[in-house]
Design a protein around this ligand. Sequence first.
Ligand SMILES: *Cc1c(COP(=O)(O)O)cnc(C)c1O
Length: 351
Amino acid sequence: MYSGIIDRYRVLLPVSEDTKIISLSEGNTPLIALPKLSATISPYLTLFAKFEGLNPTGSFKDRGMTLAVTKAFEEGQQTVMCASTGNTSAAAAAYAARAGMGCYVLIPQGKIALGKLSQALVHGAKVLAIEDNFDKALCLVREICADHPIALVNSVNPYRLEGQKTAAFEIVDDLGYAPDYHALPVGNAGNITAYWKGYKEYFDSGKSANKPKMLGFQAAGAAPIVSGSPVAHPETIATAIRIGNPASWHGANNALMESCGHIDSVTDSEILAAYNMIAAMEGLFAEPASVAPVAGLCKLASQGFFTEPATIVVTLTGHGLKDPDIAVSSANTIPISLPATRDAVLQAIGY
Ligand SMILES: *Cc1c(COP(=O)(O)O)cnc(C)c1O
């Protein structure tokens, strides 16, 4: 029984025997087979979801945050700060509360999903909504943390990626091998960088006999890596990947090149179709950004990208409950109002 990713993978992480771990028992998320989705997308594919929405604050950000906050605490810092499209702020606020530290978060005004905002507030972070986008918020946070005694906990903090690489370890530990492909959404590009690092480390230490090809997917309105240049005004309903100038751009390119992978974009309507498909078909509720790779696999399969049997793991990065507004507005059904009688209920359900 491990309590969290640092406890489980301690020897592979930059901590010592004496490090006091700040953890919420993150990680150890399930790898869920997707038989119906696989059959629908392509006869060649065997898909699994790494459901990171089941982390304590509902996204993969917890893996990086446990280590970033643990190290900030160890270094004697009393406050953490981040820019966020939402999930980083939720995780930072929760782990800072756990550590008894202060937390400041900078978010793009009006562009953060309700569930995520509620988390930052309930954990007692000071939330500052700026009249600009994520990229600008990150610039400000980097400037401020550079000359104040505040620990920066965005994924430009290398401990974040060290923590996040443990998801790749878990996948190999669960499957017994690395998948042929690993698909994930790309926003600031920290996670694709971290997964590739994890797979490579397991391969180099002999714990895995193979490495996957990395598949990254951006939203069409926020696809700087696909197009090759920054996007000044990124737009997508998938707010977690609404980023125009990824901080780990270089790491993503490196992962794609070294793994012989591929990066592509998907439109908001393709994202919404995938969002409803995985929810209805497999019973999995993931936020819009999380299903960009599901939409992406549909797109690639329809273009004949896959020509032989392959195992693919898709990271579902965040829980669907993070963004209840999208869930309700995109559902093709609404609650039916009825008189409180047996007859009315029976009639409504078709008896
Ligand atoms: C942060 C986040 C992403 C993007 O990850 P990057 O490391 O910034 O590429 C995708 N989906 C969700 C739900 C996220 O919270």
